[in-house]
Design a protein around this ligand. Structure first.
Ligand SMILES: NC(=O)c1ccc[n+]([C@@H]2O[C@H](COP(=O)([O-])OP(=O)(O)OC[C@H]3O[C@@H](n4cnc5c(N)ncnc54)[C@H](OP(=O)(O)O)[C@@H]3O)[C@@H](O)[C@H]2O)c1
Length: 300
């Protein structure tokens, strides 16, 4: 059997690096979009900086040329960032958490959709923090309005504390990923190609680079929880379990139950819960798709 061709973001660190190692060990041809060099980069592709839409466009064009006639079996959109503020804007003028976690991935998805193989897979890394009923300590998303998330200064209900506003930007970006997966799953081209579309919640997985933009004490606690000490704290997943599950979802060694598209790792066990009520709002998902298209300059 021909090894699957997998295109992946977020493979240079954290649970994505563990997933990437498992997929290459399983024989996959892994093509990594990364802003810098890493263990799985180096195919002659240009860097992919998700905070620049022109970088996404250049990466997609180079990848298409690199692939020639070979289709993409799996597209794994795993990269993510989190901040304690919403002050940063990308080169395109959009709030950085939303732009990196959702908008750039949306553009990459749209650009690469025609190159996906019949029966291929799209896996988007979301999070249980998208769900007010499961989210934990971060402010839950209030909406999935692309226009307000791209320019949160226009949101009349935005959080007054920078830290809460940063938390909201993160949880809302994860909601956008989940809604994009659900909207994609309904689209005619997805049905025509019999694509499998999954959103994945790795659950709380400490010891990754996700705390890199936070204060030193938070970074220290996050890395300590990533050691065997973390096993003493309920609800946490190990990087190994979170990464291996992502790899297995991409490789298709885990088959979703009929009609399920949201996989959530809870204490090392894979579950298939209902997404949040907002995430299940198909009209809001469609609006997010269309508004995101407008923000990246594509037709809906
Ligand atoms: N850890 C958790 O508790 C948890 C829980 C739920 C969901 N998640 C999600 O899981 C995914 C992986 O997170 P992680 O915890 O493994 O964190 P991580 O170690 O920080 O990994 C994040 C990845 O995203 C990449 N990335 C960030 N900004 C980028 C940019 N501008 N352009 C290109 N790539 C960029 C990073 O690349 P560099 O190496 O260049 O920085 C890295 O490979 C994220 O989507 C996160 O939201 C994590």
């Amino acid at each position: 059997m021909t090894p699957p061709t997998i295109v992946m973001t977020g493979a240079t660190s954290g649970l994505g690096a563990i997933a990437a190692a498992r997929m290459t060990a399983a024989g996959a041809r892994l093509l990594v979009g990364a802003r810098g060099p890493g263990p799985h980069t180096g195919d002659g592709l240009p860097p992919l900086d998700l905070s620049r839409l022109d970088s996404v466009r250049a990466f997609a064009a180079a990848l298409e040329e690199h692939l020639g006639a070979t289709p993409i079996d799996v597209l794994a959109l795993n990269a993510g960032v989190s901040f304690h503020h919403i002050d940063q804007r990308t080169a395109d003028g959009y709030e950085t958490t939303f732009a990196v976690n959702h908008l750039a991935h949306y553009l990459l998805l749209r650009r690469l959709l025609p190159r996906l193989a019949d029966g291929g897979r799209v896996v988007i890394t979301s999070s249980s923090v998208h769900d007010p009923e499961r989210g934990g300590t971060l402010p839950p998303p209030r909406h999935a309005s692309a226009k307000l998330l791209a320019a949160p200064e226009l949101d009349p209900d935005r959080e007054s504390s920078p830290r809460a506003a940063g938390g909201h930007a993160y949880t809302a970006s994860k909601l956008c990923g989940l809604m994009t997966a659900r909207t994609l799953a309904r689209r005619p081209e997805t049905l025509d190609k019999r694509l499998t579309v999954l959103a994945y919640d790795p659950g709380p997985t400490p010891g990754t680079g996700l705390s890199r933009n936070f204060s030193l004490p938070i970074r220290i606690v996050w890395s300590l929880l990533g050691t065997p000490l973390g096993a003493l704290v309920p609800r946490m997943n190990s990087r190994r379990a979170a990464g291996h599950t992502l790899a297995d979802l991409c490789l298709g060694t885990i088959t979703p139950p009929a009609g399920q598209g949201y996989a959530s790792l809870v204490r090392g066990r894979l579950t298939w819960p209902q997404p949040s009520k907002t995430a299940r709002d198909d009209a809001a998902g469609e609006a997010l798709w269309q508004d995101s298209a407008a923000l990246v300059g594509l037709p809906a």
